[in-house]
Design a protein around this ligand. Structure first.
Ligand code: HEC
Ligand code: HEC
Ligand code: HEC
Length: 435
């Protein structure tokens, strides 16, 4: 044990020294500006920046619960420790009021603060590095047009050596490729626009791609599914496990409204993404859907018809889908399903309380039990802003761990017709908040 900790310390110090040697000390600070000088910005530019900020989910991370927008302070748990987002309002003391445009653009692309200190990649600059000059400057104009809010960021909670920002130089050397987006001339303009937004500001891969032990996205496994704040961000494109193949129209509707009748509702951290996307230019969401659809289709069915157009208040009858195998009374999970789930999920109940057929849901067919268990334990809360969403009661108080596990096993094997998951027990403990 002792040897192990000595080894760890030696390794840690060694890597800090190596990183320091490579990047020698930190990058140069950029001079502070007079906070008033940047405030008088071009209105149109700032307006364009506001829409780009929605595409980049800046407010989702930079706003604490109940706090002023963009004033930071949101605690973000990571596998390595807790990090707090910073105040990016133009407050000269606690925000970015003394940052020049150059300093802001450098932060977005190189992950450095004004003083040249390395920033943690919880700030997705490995994606934002692709953002064009014009867009980065429009974002700056938008943030400088906001009212300054005085609010200090709490200190991060990382163990040594991760609390030494210099170690991030090593991480960047290994994983950060600073490069603007380059359009593929063999593809049309819409495709390129979509890819620019998905890979850049949209940072979709930050959640939807798996990460390695050092917390960097595995480029060889792009969009094969990843973890996000206790939820699973499903695989997209070729590796998608969705029982119904995603096409461009379905993606566009889901991204713009947070719901699609054959794919269900966006939950967990994806609900923030769609809240933001519901407010941007529909052409941008369309371009993202167009690009994503080009990434291929999973093994799901493509013959599910939706004869009743989706209107407010009524879930469509889905033809071409097989009914779930009727549960035998001997199957304890099946008995629970019949008793408490079927009335909402198989009947004609209208939205917001009528749920989709579960044989169409990625939550049951997806790579991990995480989302299904989260839903069963917590339900789907009524939305607190953004777009309105269907609601489902949580069953965490009604069902014990064994019952939830039986129900998940029934849904997985009999309704999705797939092999049972490992890790259901772990997912239940995590959803109940005692991992
Ligand atoms: C996934 C969460 C997340 C998103 C999305 C995000 N940020 Fe951040 N950002 C952070 C965190 C966390 C930090 C603090 C990093 C650190 O302390 O090393 C940060 C730091 C920054 C900083 C450096 C500020 C300082 O005082 O050092 C700037 C500037 C910034 N973000 C701008 C933006 C903009 C603009 C957007 C949207 C285009 C954005 N962020 C989106 C999490 C996020
Ligand atoms: C902060 C993390 C996060 C980000 C960023 C994010 N997603 Fe998601 N996404 C999720 C999670 C978690 C789910 C699963 C939600 C659920 O269970 O309803 C999801 C679900 C989805 C689905 C549904 C997949 C299925 O088979 O049901 C699509 C499509 C999707 N995301 C597309 C995107 C796109 C496009 C972007 C970028 C614009 C994006 N996501 C950015 C976390 C994220
Ligand atoms: C009061 C009605 C109601 C009851 C009871 C109910 N649900 Fe739901 N459920 C909903 C609604 C509404 C949604 C959201 C719309 C949608 O996505 O289908 C939903 C969503 C879901 C989803 C996510 C579907 C997706 O991919 O978006 C799953 C999985 C689910 N429910 C499982 C269950 C299970 C299992 C039970 C029984 C323990 C159950 N529900 C009981 C109404 C209900």
């Amino acid at each position: 044990m002792k040897l192990k900790s000595i080894l760890f310390a030696v390794l840690a110090v060694g890597s800090v020294a190596a990183a320091a040697a490579l990047f020698y000390a930190w990058e140069s600070p950029l001079p502070p500006i007079d906070p008033r000088s940047a405030r008088a910005t071009d209105r149109d530019k700032a307006k364009r920046g506001a829409s780009l900020a929605l595409l980049g989910d800046c407010s989702t991370c930079h706003t604490a619960p109940g706090g002023a927008p963009y004033a930071g302070g949101l605690a973000m748990p990571t596998p390595f420790g807790t990090i707090f987002s910073t105040n990016i309002t133009p407050d000269p003391e606690t925000g970015i009021g003394r940052w020049s445009e150059q300093a802001f653009v450098r932060a977005l692309r190189a992950g450095l603060d004004r003083e040249g200190r390395h920033l943690y990649p919880a700030f997705p600059y490995d994606h934002f590095t692709r953002v064009s000059d014009d867009d980065a400057k429009a974002l700056y104009a938008f943030f400088m047009s906001l009212d300054p809010v005085n609010s200090s960021t709490p200190p991060n909670e990382f163990p040594f050596p991760l609390n030494v920002r210099l170690t991030l130089a090593g991480w960047k050397l290994l994983f950060l490729r600073q490069a603007r987006f380059v359009a593929d001339p063999s593809k049309d303009e819409r495709w390129n626009r979509g890819k620019y937004l998905v890979d850049g500001l949209g940072h979709c891969g930050a959640c939807h791609s798996p990460r390695n032990l050092l917390g960097a996205e595995r480029k060889s496994a792009s969009f094969e599914g990843g973890e996000a704040e206790g939820w699973h961000a499903y695989a997209l494109g070729r590796s998608s496990q969705s029982p119904v193949q995603w096409d461009e129209a379905a993606l566009r509707e889901y991204l713009a409204t947070g719901f699609h009748a054959q794919h269900g509702t966006a939950q967990g951290p994806m609900s923030n993404v769609v809240d933001n996307l519901s407010l941007v230019d529909p052409a941008d969401v369309g371009a993202m859907a167009y690009y994503l659809a080009s990434l291929g289709k999973g093994e799901g069915r493509n013959d599910v018809k939706m004869p009743v157009p989706l209107g407010p208040g009524r879930l469509p009858q889905v033809a071409g889908a097989q009914a779930a195998t009727p549960p035998s009374p001997a199957d304890p999970g099946g008995a629970i399903y019949t008793a408490i789930c079927a009335s909402c999920h198989e009947g004609d109940r209208p939205l917001p309380l009528g749920g989709m057929r579960l044989d169409l849901s990625t939550a049951v067919a997806g790579e991990t039990p995480t989302n299904l268990i989260n839903l069963l334990v917590r339900g789907i809360p009524a939305s607190t802003g953004g777009i309105s969403r269907p609601i489902m009661p949580g069953f965490g108080d009604v069902l014990d761990d064994r019952q939830i596990s039986n129900l998940a096993n029934y849904l997985r094997s009999r309704v999705a017709g797939k092999q049972q998951w490992d890790g259901t027990a772990r997912a239940i403990a995590a959803a109940r908040g005692n991992p």
